[in-house]
Design a protein around this ligand. Structure first.
Ligand code: NAD
Length: 492
């Protein structure tokens, strides 16, 4: 994919309600490009009244548009067409994504857009697969469960993969027959607007997929608490997730799916095959999107004899990464989303070093050729479980290295007191790998790899404070349905 000029990208702003852009109201949020900090557009701010308008619109569309009642295969056909339009729109969607987020253009077009389209296709295929069950009853009764959509789902997404994270919310919700009101992050509001526009072009009835713009404290909170929202699905930080859960409890005991933060370990045993490949996996899991990934493999736990050769290799790979604007074709190291976030990364690294850690690589701002915030891939050694960079989700390209001598020690180090999102185990010993699969408190365990494939059937979600419920897989589809039990007395 070629580089592009960020000033050439046309950006359409607004909320998207009832199938139309709505750009009204005096209060606005300015939106900056992470690559150079330039404010390139603004979005309107949805106050309580605008949230209400979007949710009421969605509710009316849910009741009257026929989306929930149509033959499921027809819904699937419309969603497949939606996915095709997303694929065909890759040049526009990819540029919008790269312009306003931390996703380099090559990755936005090569992965984010097709992955979004394929996720929609995956859930389209579910539309007629799970209708409910007939229960085993005596002959005088017929008992069954009927799967029904909730109505209007409130979806709240983060900034780190704006399209993909939003698609994980909207695709199963729509396929199950719901209407959705999505609030993207105020830092990355535009690519999902285009997504909503494409949905309508594909035949999703107006009002079934709406987008509202605004912050979390007012707009997000109003959305969560709105009485017509029957279920909430959220991806973001653990702290926000907790307050959303409380808001759900206090506004109608709404069910909620929470995909939250992580501090995921990568455990490497001395028998791990092909050390060069292992090093590449470890480095890739912390440099991808500059570490701004919920499942970033941020804690390296390595068998002592391997620590030095592995650290050296990781350092060489770190040095290859090319920081640059997201619109430059050769960029491999993304900018940090904002200056305050870069300062936070710097502060955590600084305090960890002051507390006795050693800076092995990186630890400084990188020059991305633009004026945004870039941070070099960083390796910290001589850390303990109490070090700040080991405890806290940094959300930057910062890897800590701890050594172990025994399997028991490795497992104990791997368990984080709060988080349990993902983990990677690298070993040639199958029994040991499976002992870790069993023992690790994590929602996902990768063995001799790190990161997702495009096997959408494998769900993602956290243990402990990393979340509740799953995105992807059959589970995410079922989570967008509620089940009605029916018992019919046949003797009457
Ligand atoms: P965030 O929690 O600050 O914000 C996420 C979204 O919630 C934004 O749209 C924001 O406007 C909204 N929000 C904030 N406060 C709110 C409130 N009180 N009520 C309703 N909405 C509110 O998170 P972020 O900085 O955008 O994203 C980074 C975090 O997301 C990291 O912790 C990361 O681990 C996590 N994340 C998790 C997954 C996963 O699948 N587990 C995936 C991606 C990101």
């Amino acid at each position: 994919m070629d580089s592009f000029n960020p000033d050439d990208v046309a950006v359409r702003s607004g909320h998207f309600i009832g199938g139309e852009f709505v750009d009204v109201g005096e209060r606005r949020i300015e939106v900056a490009r992470p690559s150079d900090g330039v404010v390139y557009a603004s979005v309107p701010f949805a106050d309580a009244e605008m949230v209400d308008r979007a949710v009421e619109n969605a509710w009316q569309a849910f009741r009257t548009s026929g989306w929930a009642r149509m033959a499921p295969r027809e819904r699937a056909r419309i969603l497949r067409r939606f996915a095709d339009l997303v694929d065909a729109d890759a040049p526009t969607l990819g540029r919008l994504e790269a312009l306003g987020s931390t996703r380099p253009i090559a990755q936005a077009i090569g992965w984010d857009v097709p992955f979004t389209a394929e996720g929609i296709r995956f859930y389209a295929e579910f539309a007629d697969k799970l209708g409910g069950d007939v229960a085993a009853t005596d002959h005088d009764h017929l008992g069954m469960t009927i799967a029904e959509p909730y109505g209007v789902i409130g979806a709240i997404a983060p900034w780190n993969f704006p399209l993909v994270m939003a698609s994980w919310k909207i695709a199963p919700a729509l396929a199950a027959g719901n209407a959705v009101v999505l609030k993207p992050s105020e830092m990355t509001p535009f690519s999902v607007l285009r997504l909503a526009e494409l949905a309508v072009q594909a035949g999703v009835p107006a009002g079934i997929f709406n987008v509202i713009q605004g912050d979390g404290r007012v707009t997000g909170d109003e959305l969560v608490r709105h009485p017509r929202i029957s279920k909430v699905t959220f991806t973001g930080s653990t702290r926000t997730g907790a307050s959303i859960m409380a808001a759900c409890a206090n506004s109608g005991t709404k069910p909620v799916t929470l995909e939250l933060g992580g501090k995921s370990p990568q455990i490497v045993f001395a028998d791990a095959p092909r050390l060069d490949d292992v090093a590449r996996r470890i480095a890739g899991a912390i440099t991808g999107n500059a570490g701004q990934v919920c499942v970033a493999g941020s804690r390296l736990l390595v068998e002592r004899s391997l620590a030095e050769p592995l650290a050296e290799r990781i350092g060489r790979i770190f040095a290859e990464s090319k920081a640059g604007a997201t619109w430059a074709a050769g960029t491999t190291l993304s900018p940090i989303i904002s200056a305050p976030q870069a300062a936070r990364i710097e502060a955590i690294v600084g305090r960890t070093l002051e507390a006795g850690a050693t800076l092995r690589y990186g630890g400084v701002r990188a020059d991305g050729g633009a004026h945004g915030a870039f941070y070099t891939p960083t390796l910290l050694t001589d850390v303990t479980a109490r070090s700040e960079a080991v405890r806290e989700e940094v959300f930057g390209p910062v890897l800590t290295l701890q050594t172990f001598d025994t399997e028991e020690e490795a497992l104990a180090l791997a368990q984080h007191p709060e988080y349990g999102l993902a983990a990677g185990v690298h070993t040639a010993d199958l029994g040991r790998a499976l002992r870790f699969v069993r023992g690790l408190e994590a929602g996902t365990v990768w063995v001799n790899r790190y990161g997702r494939t495009s096997d959408f059937m494998i769900p993602t979600g956290g243990y402990k404070r990393s979340g509740i419920g799953k995105d992807l897989g059959r589970q995410a589809y079922e989570a967008n349905l509620r089940f009605k039990s029916v018992l019919i007395d046949l003797r009457v």
